[in-house]
Write a protein of this length. Structure first.
Length: 182
């Protein structure tokens, strides 16, 4: 294996923009298209407002029968401990990983919290994530642009929109990154 870092594009959905927020789902897509998608059963349901119900909970897709685990595509419904264990196994297939998110101020902290804290993340995961907001800024592109409109068209084969589904948003982040860095 080479020392080159593999970019893993990721997104999270959570119970609100506040300090005690809890994860609802996480989606990760590697450069080569391998995916990890998990939905948490232990998020704080008392924090769920109507917007979260209508825009996040309504986009959840898993039930216990949909759990699969192989190197290419993982789907996992479980509590934080189960998702942590699955995520560690999935990430271990890459020798060195750099995480890339849209605006990781929440996503990165919540990702690290899955493992307890930032010093407990898997050793192959680089501790400094990248964000595409900085790339938009560097390219002189309005940060408020619709990510889907910017990056997606029929040539990407993703089709449709599932905004606020963490795996869909991770795909969109990957396509934005590719376009911004090509």
């Amino acid at each position: 294996m080479s020392n080159k870092r593999t970019n893993i594009y990721f997104d999270t959905e959570f119970t609100g923009l506040h300090q005690k927020t809890t994860l609802i789902s996480i989606g990760l897509v590697s450069e080569c298209g391998k995916t990890f998608y998990a939905e948490f059963t232990d998020y704080d349901q008392s924090q769920v407002d109507d917007w979260i119900k209508d825009n996040v909970i309504s986009n959840l897709t898993l039930d216990v029968q949909s759990n699969i685990a192989n190197n290419d595509n993982w789907r996992l419904l479980g509590d934080t401990r189960q998702i942590k264990e699955g995520l560690q196994v999935w990430l271990s297939q890459f020798s060195s990983v750099r995480m890339v998110s849209d605006l990781p101020c929440f996503d990165w902290v919540l990702f690290c919290n899955i493992f307890g804290h930032a010093f407990n993340i898997p050793p192959n995961v680089y501790y400094i994530p990248l964000d595409i907001v900085g790339l938009f800024e560097a390219k002189g592109i309005d940060n408020d642009i619709s990510r889907e409109e910017f990056a997606l068209n029929d040539s990407h084969g993703l089709g449709g929109s599932k905004k606020h589904n963490a795996l869909w948003d991770a795909y969109v982040i990957r396509e934005c990154y590719k376009k911004l860095t090509s």
